[in-house]
Design a protein. Structure first.
Lengths: 124, 106
């Protein structure tokens, strides 16, 4: 069965960095785009970034552009999110979510599987 | 930037039909997905490409999308359907979520 397992969350001071990982299994990782979506405490869903199946296309929300970098290692079936210059408003549960259709990254098939999320708290 | 607007809350009696709407500019020209999220859980895809149901999603969930409004309809609403619901679309190289609708079954 499809599994997405996030890790790397924790408490970090403003201005510092953190790297999240998402380990995938149960599907052909190399043929699906993967997204990061976050949810601040008590708030709605906010899209963060997407990376295409081959890693050559990456798109970011304006709120994280220039600070966050999405990457993937298809040999390890793992997705990453490097988060630099963290701000208090980046505090959220971060989910990785799989595209529902192979090779597309425009969410036309929806996000058919989500991880359990990892909590990032940015606080001094 | 593109925005999707949802009514913050909807109430429905058990067995009745719940309609949750999502509005956005020329939304009918885009594919819309819907997600259900219960407290403390990750979101679950219930509708994609406006009206398709993933395997395992009950038939009482249906969707439509035309003009500026997409609608998620839950027929014969059950207590287990009480949750937050989010619409989502793609616009100009980014994913957009609606603000969410809290469905209360009472």
């Amino acid at each position: 069965q499809v599994q997405l397992v996030e890790s790397g969350g924790g408490v970090v001071q403003p201005g510092r960095s953190l790297r999240l990982s998402c380990a995938a299994s149960g599907f052909n990782f190399t043929t699906y785009a993967i997204h990061w979506v976050r949810q601040a405490p008590g708030k709605g869903l906010e899209w963060v970034a997407v990376i295409s199946y081959a890693g050559n296309n990456k798109f970011y929300a304006d709120s994280v552009k220039g600070r966050f970098t999405i990457a993937r290692d298809n040999s390890k079936n793992t997705l990453y999110l490097q988060m630099n210059s963290l701000r208090v408003e980046d505090t959220a549960v971060y989910y990785c979510a799989k595209e529902g259709i192979t090779y597309y990254y425009d969410s036309s098939g929806g996000f058919d599987h989500w991880g359990q999320g990892t909590l990032v708290t940015v606080s001094s | 930037s593109y925005e999707l607007t949802q009514t913050p809350s909807v109430s429905v009696s058990p067995g009745q039909t719940a309609s949750i709407t999502c509005s956005g500019d020329i939304l009918g020209d885009k594919y819309v997905s819907w997600y259900q999220q219960k407290p403390g859980q990750s979101p679950v895809l219930v509708i994609y490409q406006d009206l398709k149901r993933p395997s395992g999603i009950p038939e009482r969930f249906s969707g439509s999308n035309s003009g500026t409004t997409a609608t998620l309809t839950i027929s014969g609403t059950q207590a287990m359907d009480e949750a937050d619901y989010y619409c989502q679309a793609w616009d100009r190289s980014s994913v957009v979520f609606g603000g969410g609708t809290k469905l209360t079954v009472l």
